[in-house]
Design a protein around this ligand. Structure first.
Ligand code: NAD
Ligand code: TDX
Length: 334
């Protein structure tokens, strides 16, 4: 089987390529990645794939890659601008990559009659109140809050329209917050881990009470494989591992894992429009496809992740100072 993996030099895509090498070694993967600031050469340098540098919104490069694809081959579309804070500061690139890029992927899939799996986020559903048992399901109405989530919601809508109108063979998944190795240090968990490793104080937005539903990146990617192989065409599957925790709780755990005082944290300027809580009800995925997460103990998943950042300093150190300098322009300690 041939797979075009877009965004394969980013966090989830590069872990997908590596997981595929372990569980489906006969798959031939071509990564298409624009190598934006979010990509890391080292994430794919020793990964089992061919790598092409290019923009998903470029139909020419898509045609070149897909020319050799047959009816059993597929595209797994991870490429995106993925960071909410960046989307608030400068939304234009999010419209280009997430909306126009997905449009071009859809048109290329249609021209070459290739099956598509579109990777999306639970943020398209907006947020939930704190302290209630509600969770998102496949039937929850779209209500995105940020330019990032609005651009992902737009992309999902395009995919759904191409399925219905053109009969495109496609599936979608909306996953909760991922953690694990090779996540950019701008994101919450790697930012706090690398700050702690360097002896600094973790930084919590606002009150730190916002809740995210954490899933290990390998569990997300294993679910993507289940959907690729056995998902019903045209369907959407929510992916989540019942990993709800407040940002304050995550930071406490990371401090303890780094032998630091959990009360030595800074509360800083809140994110505008900050979503309060996300939670996924993954019943459909579990019942229909028999998927279940393997990393069910968040504490041990975080411990492994801390260990990875300790052991791979050369992977993150070159960009850490610049990321912190950018945050310093907008953050004030409360
Ligand atoms: P990431 O930012 O780490 O990686 C994105 C990759 O896409 C990078 O390698 C980047 O260079 C590439 N890219 C960006 N613009 C491109 C373009 N125009 N053409 C080609 N490549 C381009 O993101 P991630 O966290 O790995 O997220 C991957 C996907 O999963 C995204 O679609 C995101 O919306 C979705 N998702 C992420 C999470 C999460 O917690 N990180 C959760 C649910 C869904
Ligand atoms: O320094 C920080 N302090 C802090 O309190 C940072 C960077 C974040 N936060 C908070 C904001 C969120 O409540 O932590 C939470 C997680 O923040 P992010 O890592 O920026 O993730 P989030 O905004 O929840 O979005 C993530 O999950 C869904 C991914 O970045 C998206 O790509 C994905 O779609």
């Amino acid at each position: 089987m041939r797979l075009l993996v877009t965004g394969g030099a980013g966090f989830i895509g590069s872990n997908f390529v590596r997981l595929t090498g372990r569980v489906r070694p006969d798959t031939h993967i071509t990564v298409l990645d624009a190598f934006t600031y979010a990509a890391n050469e080292a994430s794919v340098a020793d990964a089992p794939c061919d790598v092409i540098r290019g923009d998903v919104a470029d139909p020419g490069v898509l045609d070149e890659i897909l020319a050799g694809f047959g009816p059993d081959d597929a595209i797994v579309h991870f490429a995106a601008e993925s960071h909410n804070d960046n989307s608030i500061a400068s939304p234009g690139q999010f419209v280009h990559t997430n909306i126009t890029g997905t449009f071009e992927i859809l048109e290329a899939a249609r021209r070459h009659d290739v099956r598509l799996h579109h990777v999306s986020t639970d943020e398209v559903y907006g947020d939930l109140p704190l302290g209630t048992p509600e969770a998102f399901t496949e039937d929850t109405a779209y209500r995105p809050s940020s330019p990032y989530s609005a651009s992902k919601a737009s992309a999902d809508m395009l995919v759904r329209a191409w399925i219905r109108t053109y009969g495109l063979r496609a599936t979608l998944s909306n996953c909760s917050n991922n953690y694990g190795p090779r996540q950019h240090v701008e994101k919450f968990i790697p930012r706090q881990i690398t700050t702690l490793i360097d002896g600094g104080r973790p930084r919590l937005y606002g009150s730190g009470e916002n809740v995210r539903d954490w899933i290990h990146v390998d569990d997300h990617n294993a679910a993507v494989w289940e959907i690729l192989e056995r998902g019903r065409m045209g369907e959407t599957y929510l992916i989540g591992a019942d990993g709800q925790a407040s940002n304050r709780e995550i930071v406490r755990e990371l401090c303890l894992l780094c032998d630091r005082d959990p009360d030595e944290v800074d509360f800083v300027t809140d994110r505008p429009g900050h979503d309060r809580r996300y939670a996924i009800d993954a019943t459909k995925l579990r019942r229909e496809l028999g998927w279940a997460p393997e990393h069910t103990d968040l504490r041990s998943g975080l411990a492994d992740t801390v260990e990875w950042y300790r052991e791979n300093r050369e992977w993150w150190e070159p960009v850490k100072a610049a990321v912190e300098a950018k945050y310093a322009e907008v953050e004030e300690v409360l």
